[in-house]
Design a protein. Structure first.
Length: 327
């Protein structure tokens, strides 16, 4: 399993209880649905290629100038554009999201681990909070790395796809200075099917990426949603606070099942059950529950990553998981 959210494998997508994709448990908020419904009148037209409303909305959300942000067709498109900027080796952490390496290789760039110091011309990619561990670096730590990158002539790219769950760790305000940030609204808004991402960076880099990007990066629904985001940031913050409460209770319940649960700042938990979980994962799937195996992250079959969902859904998962472990 390279990505979660494989709800199209059989039956209706909504029939699955999907813990493999880290999304807003209740689905898109009502304001997002309203914005997209209103935008249906625009689907007969080509979208605005300049993405003016979307760009203004995402700039306000990110706290950057419009020339420092580019809306993209999801977070993957943002990662791909960021990987297109250089030609030197791309350094990734040993346990992290696999698309950094995949997109780097697609641009004929070598991929190495971050164990060794960066050299001039390298690009280091960090996920903050990291997927799948949930570990988050402070913005001061990111700034220290960025200062080193500038002094030593290498580049730093930070993926903030889950930053809405710990916004105090965001480094987007450094984009105008040369830091490249990629991100997505998919998780906090629960809209993976809409594909709404962004890349922040210095104006000259943004212009270069925009020239290289395919036209019409955003469809009419994604553009309308992006334009509405600044008016609903308080609601997004409340969702993040609710996630924290749910995550803490879920973590304790999983710990009581014997799992080692890594501390997380995101909307998911990485669990090490100390035993091969292959049979348990299949047993859960047979009951209509999807969880994220972690082989693509380089982890053992003892590890699974679980999205934080509603209290009732989390309780159902832990109950079914307990039965699987006992059998």
């Amino acid at each position: 399993m390279i990505h979660g959210g494989n709800v199209w494998e059989g039956g209706r997508p909504g029939a699955w209880l999907d813990f493999s994709a880290n999304l807003r448990p209740e689905g898109p908020p009502q304001w997002a649905m309203d914005a997209m419904e209103k935008a249906l009148d625009c689907v007969r037209y080509y979208p605005d290629r300049a993405m003016r409303d979307a760009r203004a909305g995402l700039a306000a959300y990110a706290g950057v100038r419009e020339e420092n942000i580019l809306p993209t067709c999801g977070g993957i498109a943002a990662i791909d554009l960021a990987m297109s900027l250089g030609s030197g080796p791309v350094r990734v952490e040993r346990v992290t999201f696999g698309e950094y390496a995949t997109r780097a290789r697609a641009h004929a760039r070598a991929v190495v681990f971050c164990d060794e110091p960066c050299r001039a011309g390298d690009t280091m990619v960090l996920c903050n909070p990291n997927n799948p561990t949930g570990f988050a670096r402070s913005r001061e730590e990111i700034k220290s790395l960025f200062d080193r990158a500038r002094a030593e002539n290498w580049s730093l790219v930070v993926d903030e796809a889950f930053i809405d769950y710990c916004p105090e760790c965001s480094a987007r305000d450094m984009a105008c200075e040369g830091l490249t940030i990629v991100g997505s609204l998919t998780k906090i808004l629960g809209v993976p099917g809409v594909r709404l991402g962004y890349v922040c960076g210095p104006a000259e880099a943004i212009a270069k990426m925009e020239a290289a990007a395919l036209p019409w990066q955003l469809n009419a629904l994604a553009a309308a949603l992006a334009g509405e985001v600044p008016r609903h940031m308080d609601e997004m913050r409340r969702d993040a606070e609710m996630n924290t409460q749910r995550r803490e209770a879920f973590s304790l319940a999983l710990h009581n099942l014997g799992a080692r649960v890594l501390p997380s700042r995101a909307n998911f938990l990485l669990c090490d059950f100390g035993r091969d979980m292959t049979a348990a994962v299949q047993a859960l799937k047979d009951k209509g529950i999807l969880v994220r195996t972690c082989a693509s992250f380089g982890l053992s079959p003892a590890h699974i990553r679980l999205a934080v969902k509603t209290e009732e859904e989390n309780q159902r998962l832990t109950g079914e998981l307990e039965r699987c472990l006992r059998s």
